[in-house]
Write a protein that binds this ligand. Structure first.
Ligand code: GDP
Length: 442
């Protein structure tokens, strides 16, 4: 569904992440492209405009973390704002008994399918749902619901053939439901090609009679902006509590999903992603945002790094590296921080300068076991040795080997690599060789 949008966002952010310094102009240019991408995805104009303004404001005001590239921080801001746009937190259902759920929407939106999918979902959560067929206009609708109900093994109330009084059906269904001992009643209602008065009038009456806890509009995401205006009409008539967006598996541009919450103020509660009964899930704004952005790893990394990275120490070490002064104390500081950060493969790519060589880091270079071994060697050195690596010769090496549980050969190997690494750090662009050296230690 969001392929085109994801792709163009990816391009824009890739460019932005490539630039060394972020200026207001960079941001403005990038956000102009983002705005176009949103409009192309059929996001409502005012929604796109307001969204971009907020992202820009945040990006300009953000406290800049020196150890994380600005482009990546903007990805995170964008992600957070997108999550907010999609509704922030996941919107729960009110299922306190008697939990009546009114399912409404236009013809073909996926009401009947959604009713059965929802029943299955709630059943899996340990509830006892019941399905009630209240679409008396489309004769096939009742049979369709009956068939789906059998499939998901949920009891279904179906009116007699030829019945036209929906209120009568609803009353019968309510007394039937008491016998069935169900805890959630799902009412599948009639639709039309478009919103019309008869449809709305019938819904209003049904609404009054069953007093639903949840009134869900089923909207076909492929209809884009139309889905949003349909939601507004239904909300005005019966007061929606939430939206179910169907057919997100299709190739529509996704604008409906993005504008829905902002325009209607109603949360998207579920999404349908296929015709099968289990292709239906609760809607999580944050998950959807990272799916659209396709950069979930960067986002979580920035969050994580903001928590754990000691900015000053990183900058100090980087400077000492360049000056050729990097010693074992710096090494230990870095090790400690890296250990706190946990799995490293992804994080390396975020540190300034590492992105280009990320793919070239040999497998195993960041193996925690190997890193522990290096750390043990350094910890067995005296403070003087740590700050003056050149002192570490024959007898000292033996002592360090014994103290750290390594062989002298391993200590020699590590010291040699450290020496080469130090030399290389002075000259820029040699990081790759440095990582190779680390990779070679066993
Ligand atoms: P209703 O008229 O609103 O009750 O719509 P239906 O439940 O009959 O659905 C109309 C068509 O859309 C059916 O062919 C469904 O199988 C299909 N459909 C419903 N939800 C989805 C979905 O999430 N993805 C896909 N691909 N098809 C869906």
């Amino acid at each position: 569904m969001f392929n085109a949008l994801s792709e163009s966002l990816d391009n824009t952010f890739r460019n932005l992440r490539g630039v060394g310094k972020i200026s207001e102009k960079n941001i403005t240019d990038a956000l102009r492209e983002v705005r176009l991408s949103l409009l192309e995805a059929d996001v409502e104009f005012s929604v796109a405009k307001a969204f971009i303004a907020t992202v820009k404001e945040q990006a300009m005001g953000e406290k800049v973390m020196k150890s994380i590239k600005p482009g990546e921080q903007i990805v995170k801001i964008f992600n957070d704002e997108l999550t907010k746009l999609l509704g922030g937190d996941q919107a729960p259902m009110d299922l306190n008994p008697p939990a009546h759920i009114l399912i409404c929407g236009l013809n073909g939106a996926g009401k009947t399918t959604t009713s059965a999918k929802l029943a299955l979902r709630l059943k899996k959560d340990g509830r006892r749902p019941l399905l009630i067929a209240c679409d008396l206009y489309r004769p096939a609708a009742i049979d369709q619901l009956k068939t789906l109900a059998e499939q998901v093994e949920v009891p279904c109330f179906a009116p007699e053939a030829g019945e036209t009084d929906v209120l009568k059906v609803a009353k019968q269904a309510l007394s039937w439901a008491k016998e069935q001992n169900g805890t959630v009643l799902i009412f599948d209602t009639a639709g039309r090609q478009e919103v019309d008065e008869t449809l709305i009038e019938e819904l209003k009456q049904l609404n009054k009679l069953i007093e639903p806890k949840e009134t869900l509009l089923v909207a076909d995401s492929a209809t884009g902006q139309q889905a949003v205006s349909v939601a507004q009409s239904f909300d005005a008539a019966v007061g929606l509590t939430g939206i179910v967006l169907t057919k997100l598996d299709g190739d529509a541009r996704g604008g409906a999903a993005l504008s829905m919450r902002a325009v209607t103020g109603k949360p998207i509660k579920y999404i349908g992603e296929g015709e099968k009964m289990d292709q239906f899930t609760e809607f999580y704004p944050d998950r959807m945002a990272s799916r659209i952005l396709g950069m979930g790893d960067i986002v979580s990394m920035v969050e994580h790094a903001a928590d754990k990275i000691d900015e000053e120490s990183v900058m100090k070490s980087a400077k000492r590296m360049q000056d050729g002064k990097f010693d074992f104390n710096d090494f230990l500081d870095q090790m400690k921080m890296l250990n706190k950060l946990g799995p490293l493969d992804g994080l390396m790519g975020m540190l300034p300068g590492f992105n280009k060589i990320k793919k070239q880091i040999p497998a195993g270079a960041l193996d925690p076991k190997r890193m522990k071994r290096m750390e043990a060697i350094v910890l067995s050195m005296t403070p003087t040795e740590r700050s003056r690596p050149e002192l570490i010769k024959g007898r000292r090496r033996k002592r360090i080997a014994e103290g750290s549980g390594n062989t002298v050969i391993q200590v020699n190997q590590f010291l040699k690599q450290f020496g080469q690494m130090r030399k290389m750090m002075k000259s820029k662009g040699k990081m790759r060789d440095m990582m190779k050296q680390l990779g070679g230690m066993d």
